[in-house]
Design a protein around this ligand. Structure first.
Ligand code: NDP
Length: 254
């Protein structure tokens, strides 16, 4: 099988699909939103900073692609009812969802467990895991309206093997891996919804620069360079693939 990091997506891969991207205003989420729109999708741009979402909206409009939508939401404060309202509003506007890329996240502290601020720990778990879980619970009914729906949960290498000092961030990514497996197993035989996790690998973004301040950002791929895996998992070529873990970049040669 062709490696997903060298997958070549046709121009109309996502034609007529409605796809929600969380954290669409910056970094990898911004690149994925633009990439999905370029491949024909109607993209719902979800995030907490409206000015950033508006800038992405304008970029998609400038491409002459399907008009996107903006959905402002902060995972930190949103409650169960907010996600129910979100599902209602998306149902009214689109009637279904063909895909969700859950990409939003924060880093928290990189510090020994003993000194980890417990309030920050809760904040990281809320933004990276609890909020997105409630969102997905609310959106399952909309995904069930699609003939071919894909959910991608953004993981990390530290969400698959724990590493010292990565604290709540690592634990939140392990939790997303668990959610992906539970969802995939539950939905496998009763719906057209597939659920997988994707580890972007080291990518040139603000989060990466915060985690590794001494690293030269130019040594890393830009978000646009890692999109093939995001296309493969969102488009019809991954139909039937569910409950699996993927990497967006080839393993580094020793
Ligand atoms: P960025 O920090 O560049 O982007 C994160 C996005 O998430 C931003 O759009 C941000 O919005 C949004 N976000 C943060 N908090 C909230 C919130 N409370 N509510 C809604 N949206 C929020 O990070 P990356 O692009 O680097 O990371 C994207 C994903 O990839 C993350 O899940 C990260 O863990 C994962 N990842 C990244 C790696 C890398 O090397 N870059 C490596 C492994 C995994 P705003 O801009 O408004 O703050």
């Amino acid at each position: 099988m062709q490696a997903i990091y060298s997958y070549q997506a046709p121009d109309d891969l996502l034609k007529d699909r409605v796809i929600l991207v969380t954290g669409a205003g910056d970094g990898i989420g911004r690149a994925a939103a633009l990439g999905y729109a370029a491949k024909g999708a109607t993209v719902i741009l979800l995030g907490r900073t409206i000015s950033k979402l508006e800038a992405v909206y304008d970029e998609i409009e400038a491409l002459g692609k399907a008009e996107p939508a903006i959905y402002p939401l902060n995972f930190e404060g949103a409650q169960w009812q907010d996600y129910q309202d979100m599902a209602d509003r998306l149902y009214e506007a689109f009637g279904r969802l063909d895909g969700v890329l859950h990409n939003a996240g924060i880093l928290g502290q990189i510090t020994p467990l003993q000194g980890y601020n417990p309030e920050l720990w809760k904040q990281v778990m809320q933004i990276n895991f609890n909020g997105p879980t409630m969102m997905l619970q609310a959106l399952i009914a909309l995904l069930q309206q699609s003939e071919d729906a894909s959910v991608i949960l953004t993981s990390s290498s530290v969400g698959r093997k724990g590493r010292a000092f990565w604290g709540a961030y690592a634990c939140s990514k392990f939790a997303l891996e668990g959610l992906s497996q539970v969802m995939a197993d539950e939905l496998q035989n009763i719906s057209n919804i597939r659920v997988n996790t994707l580890n972007p690998g080291a990518t040139r973004t603000q989060m990466r620069a915060k985690a590794y301040p001494a690293e030269n950002p130019e040594s890393l791929p830009a978000p646009e360079a890692i999109l093939p895996a995001y296309f493969y998992l969102m488009g019809p070529d991954s139909k039937g693939v569910t409950g699996q873990q993927f990497d967006a970049q080839a393993p580094k040669k020793a």
